[in-house]
Design a protein around this ligand. Structure first.
Ligand SMILES: N[C@@H](CCC(=O)N[C@@H](CS)C(=O)NCC(=O)O)C(=O)O
Length: 207
C-alpha cells in the first residue's frame, strides 16, 4: 500500500493521478494549508523533512519530490507504457518533460504571484519571468499542435508532470501579464484532453 501525503491545492495531485493511472492500491493522508500564509501544516513536516508536498510512504520508506516519487512508483510498479523505454520514439522528450516542469518552468510561472503577494515590484518580472514563460509557451504550443501528448504518440508520466504546471499557469492567468497563457490555444486543448481521462476524473474527485 502506498500512502500519499496530500496537501490541498498542491503538486500531490500528480501522485494521486499517477496512482489512478497505474491502478495500484493507495490511501491518502490529507494535510491543510495555513489560511493566512498558505504554508503547509506541521503535520507534513512530521513526514517530510523539507515540509513539502508531495511525499509518499511505501514499505517503511519516505519519498519526497514529485519527479522522484513518479520515478519511484514507475520503477516499483512497472514496467508500464507511462514510462517509455530508451528505444522508444519519444524517449528524449519523455526525459526532458519529466524534469523541465519543476526544474525550469515553475519559477518564472510562480514569480509574478509570489511578488504580488509580497508586494514586491521587480524588474525581474518583465526581464526574466515574462520572457521565460512566453518562450516555454511558444515552444510547447508548437509541439502540442503537432501531437496529442508531449512525448510522442502516447500518454506518459511526463504529461502528468507537465500538465500540473500548465494547469497552475492556467489557473493564475486571470490578469496581465499571466493572461498571455490564453494566446497559446494548443495548451488549453492539451489540458482539456488530459482532464477528460478517466483516471484524471477519478483522481480529481479526491484532490
Ligand atoms: N519541487 C517540489 C516542490 C514541492 C512544493 O513546493 N510543494 C508545495 C505545494 S505545491 C508545498 O508543499 N508548499 C507548502 C509550503 O511550502 O509550506 C516537488 O515537485 O515536489
Amino acid at each position: 500500500m502506498v500512502t500519499i501525503h496530500h496537501l490541498e491545492r498542491s503538486r500531490s495531485d500528480r501522485i494521486i493521478w499517477l496512482c489512478e493511472e497505474l491502478g495500484i492500491d493507495y490511501d491518502i493522508t490529507h494535510h491543510q494549508r495555513d489560511p493566512a500564509t498558505m504554508r503547509a501544516s506541521t503535520t507534513l513536516w512530521a513526514v517530510n523533512p523539507l515540509g513539502k508536498s508531495p511525499a509518499i510512504e511505501h514499505q517503511g520508506q519516505v519519498v519526497f519530490e514529485s519527479g522522484a516519487i513518479i520515478e519511484y512508483l514507475l520503477s516499483t510498479f512497472g514496467p508500464t507504457s507511462l514510462s517509455p523505454s530508451p528505444d522508444a520514439e519519444g524517449y528524449i522528450d519523455y526525459l526532458q518533460w519529466l524534469h523541465a516542469p519543476e526544474a525550469t518552468m515553475t519559477l518564472p510561472i510562480l514569480m509574478p504571484m509570489i511578488c504580488g503577494t509580497m508586494g514586491i515590484e521587480s524588474e525581474l518580472l518583465p526581464l526574466f519571468a515574462d520572457s521565460e514563460t512566453q518562450t516555454m509557451y511558444r515552444y510547447l504550443n508548437s509541439e502540442l499542435t503537432q501531437r496529442d501528448y508531449i512525448a510522442g504518440g502516447d500518454f506518459t508520466a511526463a504529461d502528468i508532470m507537465l500538465s500540473y504546471t500548465l494547469m497552475m499557469a492556467q489557473a493564475l492567468a486571470t490578469s496581465e501579464p499571466e493572461k498571455v497563457f490564453f494566446e497559446y490555444p494548443a495548451l488549453t486543448a492539451y489540458l482539456s484532453r488530459l482532464r477528460a481521462r478517466p483516471a484524471y476524473q477519478s483522481a480529481s474527485a479526491k484532490f
